[in-house]
Design a protein around this ligand. Sequence first.
Ligand SMILES: Cc1cc2nc3c(=O)[nH]c(=O)nc-3n(C[C@H](O)[C@H](O)[C@H](O)COP(=O)(O)OP(=O)(O)OC[C@H]3O[C@@H](n4cnc5c(N)ncnc54)[C@H](O)[C@@H]3O)c2cc1C
Length: 498
Amino acid sequence: MNRELDAVVVGSGPNGLAAAVTLARAGLAVQVLEAQETIGGGARTLGLDLAGSAEGVVHDLCSAVHPMAWASPFFEAFDLGSRGVELLAPDVSYAQPLDGGRAGIAYHDLDRTVDRLPGADGAAWRSLLGPLSAGWQDVVALALGDKRTVPHRLLRPAGAATVARFAAAVLEQGSAAAWGRRFASDEASALLTGVAAHAITPLPSLAGAGTALLLASLAHAPGGWPLPRGGSGSIVAALVEDLRAHGGEVVTGHPVRTRADLPPARAHVFDTAPGVVADVYADRLATGAARALGRFRHGDAAAKVDLVLSGPVPWAEPEVGRAGTVHVGGTRAEMSRAESEVAAGRHAERPMVLASDPSVVDPARAVGGLRPLWTYAHVPAGSTRDVTEDVVAQIERFAPGFRDVVVGSRCVPAAQMSRHDESYVGGDIAGGAVTMWQMVARPTPRPDPYAVGLEGVYLCSASTPPGPGVHGLGGWYAARRVLRREFDVREPPSLAPR
Ligand SMILES: Cc1cc2nc3c(=O)[nH]c(=O)nc-3n(C[C@H](O)[C@H](O)[C@H](O)COP(=O)(O)OP(=O)(O)OC[C@H]3O[C@@H](n4cnc5c(N)ncnc54)[C@H](O)[C@@H]3O)c2cc1C
């Protein structure tokens, strides 16, 4: 800890590591300080000591499914593939089981999705998502940009047309008056709403619709909704290897609570909740800047349930078992009701549950006849409830006999999520409430969303644009500003493997 540092990054999540890699590749001496004993924040894959579990079964602690990693311009430049990270896209990107053995199925292949949807809903799905998935790079430029500059490709006529389509679709699917008009069947309407529910926000809403349209477009785009072979931790491992190869280091078990915890450096970059910066610099932040950070709002929450199964989930509709991600929430109306309950601070009787069995695409994740099942349920912020039974009951409803294959489980209630990653304040896994305002103006409406109003101090976490997800873009965008402002480096370094 005695070496002279140019930059200190607080937090080793994907954004912190993306920032650290970018700064180290520009030739700076970089140190990452991580509160936990393990590196990687929301992208760790660990063996958990679950009753009934077998040695060798590993679980994704937070993120598991990575449409935003393959679509991210940062990871494209970093070239995950050539670093041995295999992103495995299932044939079925996501599925929505319904009562009576019915299901909406979003295949990676748009045509198969359209063919399976009932009646005119196939054509309606194509007209909504076909142009957006064909223009996915423009959708990514719009939704995963820094929300302050206009990406060049959006100024092309094709880019501008995608922006107009995306905006019209957000208005349609985000408004109570219009969202029911497009689809007649439960299958199609629930299929899209299950994706909107990722936002953990009342539905319909503009922020939920934006989330749905980004993720649903990527489901039919080249990379689909992939799971990394071996788990999300393979992404972290690739980032850390590159950081170390460029002289950077990560110090674990080092929470930053005050300035005394920070070694001197020209730049301090926080991959943390905004509240950490407000606390650490409470005596130095101007009143206006402190107030702006204080106005930042965290959102409702997720409670995680990791399960160990003795066999595949016995979904009533077998095609659901081919999906990398299953949205378990019933019909559009049921999911909307459940999300409203959560927004009102109550537990839904039938909560929105997300589930992923990685062995669907990565058979080696099943060890000795046992497999992990990654799930979480939406709950009010700060909930202390153990939701294991809620999750099991929701899945059992669409997969009779599910209980019989569960051999082990562990719940991390929302209130305890911050014990393994303190950025998930009260169980808010999105780094801040997903409202339209906070998706554009997070963490504050400053012209530079990564600057906090103090020289040399920056935020780069999911609480900055473009928001939640394992894309590394907050870190990359912030690091480029740090290089320009603090070190007068105008040309960002190449991220290509050497
Ligand atoms: C249950 C769950 C499921 C998810 N599923 C997905 C998914 O499938 N796909 C997807 O793309 N995204 C998913 N996400 C969201 C995704 O994990 C996050 O958006 C992403 O990890 C954010 O990256 P980050 O680097 O900003 O922060 P984080 O990954 O949260 O990392 C922040 C790091 O900073 C450290 N830290 C915080 N405060 C301090 C401090 N004061 N001092 C030192 N260190 C500190 C933390 O310990 C942590 O390591 C999920 C999240 C959760 C919790």
